[in-house]
Design a protein around this ligand. Structure first.
Ligand code: AMP
Length: 398
């Protein structure tokens, strides 16, 4: 059974075609600058050279037609015909409170995603455009929506409510949702597999540290707290997002900088590693600048590391212990300095890193704690697309 997974942004589209008999990726790619001059498709196959197509692409429907054409092209295609694709899985950023799991798409589901547009105004419209475009291009196949927020719907009210008047939750569902749920679910399940223990018996802290970052407390396989919120800026310091800031700072900026749009840009696009270091939003650049003596770059890294440490310790407290800490995404998988810094001082909780192992691990699965560490520390590359393909298979097999 072959499944196409789509992840649509407002001007981009990432895709992967899986053969679910062995969960291999047959082809994958990225369409950039949809609806903007200079569109580009980069198409990779399991075997054969990458194919690049340049030329304007007006919308997601045209992008999908081009991808389907590349998948079936004579000579370079990986499919004989489109009938080989049995189903499509779509990443949808916001499912609100109604969607606590992946669902088969029907009219009611589409309406529900539309109702959540006010919660994710940049992402949900693009996700809807992708589903509609695929429905037009491959009308015969089922579509599954996999929500970034779904995994966190198990958080208890004391974790998801803010200390503001309750009526804002009742009337407009103002609450913590958090995101990256598909990644946290994949990584926690994989951690349990690697430890050879049932996930129901484990307390795991998953640290998704990338350009956008979140930590999640996963108790018995269920998310019980997570560091992103109603929006995508709180929690730890990110590439350009501020992480936790006092609400008084936000109010002050609204007054002094003139308006919410400007302050939204400051907090989401000009803050984080970039805002503090003044160098870059990319950790590699910031680490290099710090090594060359930039104090502010060093400070940005220290702030990132300290915020990760604080969340790890607080989530251990929330769960009454921790069995494993798993690092994923660009920073979590690659930066031994951030992993080391974040875990330093947590020996009192039973965390003991194997320094040499930690330094040697980049982008691959590994246990990096010392053999006698009570808490296992792991690196687990995330695979949200595979998780989406698995859910799509499960829901369309029924
Ligand atoms: P992501 O959003 O998951 O693609 O992660 C992007 C972040 O990962 C950027 O801040 C990168 O600088 C960081 N990153 C990727 N590779 C490395 C590396 N080898 N060392 C440190 N940071 C890295």
């Amino acid at each position: 059974m072959k499944i196409l997974v789509l992840n649509c942004g407002s001007s981009s589209l990432k895709y992967q075609l899986f053969d679910m008999t062995d969960e291999t990726v047959i082809a994958k790619g990225l369409v950039e600058r949809i609806g903007i001059n200079g569109s580009r498709v980069k198409h990779k196959r399991a075997v054969g050279e990458d194919i690049v197509r340049e030329g304007d692409i007006s919308d997601h429907t045209e992008a999908i037609k081009i991808i389907l054409g590349m998948l079936t092209a004579s000579g370079t295609g990986v499919l004989k015909n489109l009938d080989e694709i049995s189903a499509a899985g779509h990443r949808v950023v916001h499912g609100g409170e109604k969607n606590a799991a992946s669902v088969l798409v029907d009219d009611a589901v589409m309406k529900g995603i539309e109702e959540c547009v006010y919660l994710a105004p940049l992402h949900n419209p693009a996700n809807l455009a992708g589903i509609k475009a695929l429905q037009r291009s491959l009308p015969g196949i089922p579509n599954v929506a996999v929500f970034d927020t779904a995994f966190h719907q198990t958080m208890p009210p004391e974790a998801f409510l803010y200390g503001i008047p309750y009526k804002y939750y009742e009337s407009n569902k103002v609450r913590r949702y958090s995101f990256h749920g598909t990644s946290h679910m994949y990584v926690s399940q994989r951690a349990a597999e690697m430890l050879g223990r049932p996930i129901e018996s484990l307390k795991i802290i998953t640290c998704h540290l990338g350009n956008g970052s979140s930590l999640t407390a996963v108790d018995g396989g269920r998310s019980v707290d997570s560091s992103l919120g109603f929006g995508t800026a709180p929690g730890i310091l990110m590439g350009t997002r501020c992480g936790d800031v006092d609400s008084a700072v936000v109010l002050y900026l609204v007054q002094s900088e003139g308006g919410t749009d400007r302050v939204s840009d400051i907090l989401n696009k000009e803050s984080g590693l970039l805002g503090v270091s003044g160098v870059s939003s990319d950790l590699r650049d910031v680490e290099t600048a710090a090594d060359r003596g930039s104090e502010r770059a060093g400070l940005a890294v220290s702030m990132l590391v300290r915020s990760v440490k604080k969340y790890i310790a607080s989530y251990a407290a929330v769960m009454g212990g921790v069995d494993a800490i798993a690092f994923t995404a660009g920073i979590g998988e690659n930066s031994d300095c951030v992993r080391k810094g974040a875990l330093e001082g947590l020996e009192f909780m039973g965390v003991k890193l194997d320094g040499a192992k930690n330094s040697s691990i980049r982008g691959c699965e590994a246990v990096i704690s010392a053999p006698d560490s009570r808490v296992k520390v792991m690196v687990i590359p995330t695979n949200e697309e595979l998780m989406i393909a698995r859910d799509t298979l499960r829901l369309t097999k029924k």
